[in-house]
Design a protein around this ligand. Sequence first.
Ligand code: NDP
Length: 289
Amino acid sequence: MAEQLKGKAVADFMKTELIKRVEALKTGGITPKLGIIRVGARPDDLFYEKGIRKTCSSLGLDFQVFPYPEDISQVALERAVREVGNNNDINGLLMFAPLPKNLDEQKIRSLIPLEKDVDCMNLGSAGKVFADDVTGFPPCTPTACLDLLKFYDIPLQGKKVIVLGRSLIVGKPVAMLLLREHATVTICHSRTVELAAVCAEADILVAAVGRARMVDAAYVKSGQTIIDVGINEDPDHPGTYCGDVDFASVDPIVAKITPVPGGVGSVTTVVLCKQTVIACEMQNGLRQS
Ligand code: NDP
């Protein structure tokens, strides 16, 4: 059986350190604040919002939701995002996506100020991540993957890492963050030939494919570390969710694996708060990056 790399231990460790940093800021009269822009009231957005509110409150961060109706116009939302972006009380800003189809989402994302863009919504932040400019915030999920790997002392330098998935929110940025750590990174996708065999060559396999339990025994070998980023509705148990990895099938083979639930997802919201605290420290001249 593989060692399970549980997210809770990572999240608890990060929270202990963050509480101290928030207390230090509060002693200086500063309370970090996360703002959330929500258009409409999709159940998954409301669920995520509830989790973020809880984590912020456990860490002592202020939190404010800016809700807008689903039928808001492009002009009105642009004005609103500019206003929230210019609000000096807000240090970190997240916008739930996707936006309703009639809105130009790229345009709206581009209005989020880079120094407050704590989940890499603006392409300018993505550019910084790709250029190794550490003043740009990477998206929270890839950052959570790296925080988890580091917490469990998984060596990255010189290691062969296969990233399965090439989205702008997970696959590509996690590959860039792994490169920063001097891993040798291969990105795979739906057109990769002999995908299972390529994945089986990895020391570390990061699965971010969005297909329930796709990665099975054929994709892995002994000694590997598997990071399962997937959050998919479980086709066998509707109403619950599962990862991109077929846990039962790979567990007897690999060395280490993140469970779903209880793996990467448990760290993501804490990363969002951590990046808000970093943003607050930078905006108050207390750190460079
Ligand atoms: P996307 O759908 O945007 O991207 C999926 C990627 O997987 C694409 O690059 C696609 O390739 C590739 N892919 C799809 N099917 C196959 C296949 N059969 N063979 C090989 N490659 C394939 O998903 P996201 O990156 O947004 O999310 C990935 C997973 O991570 C999802 O399960 C999502 O729910 C989860 N997630 C988890 C988060 C967390 O906090 N833990 C946060 C964000 C996402 P191509 O480009 O060729 O189409």
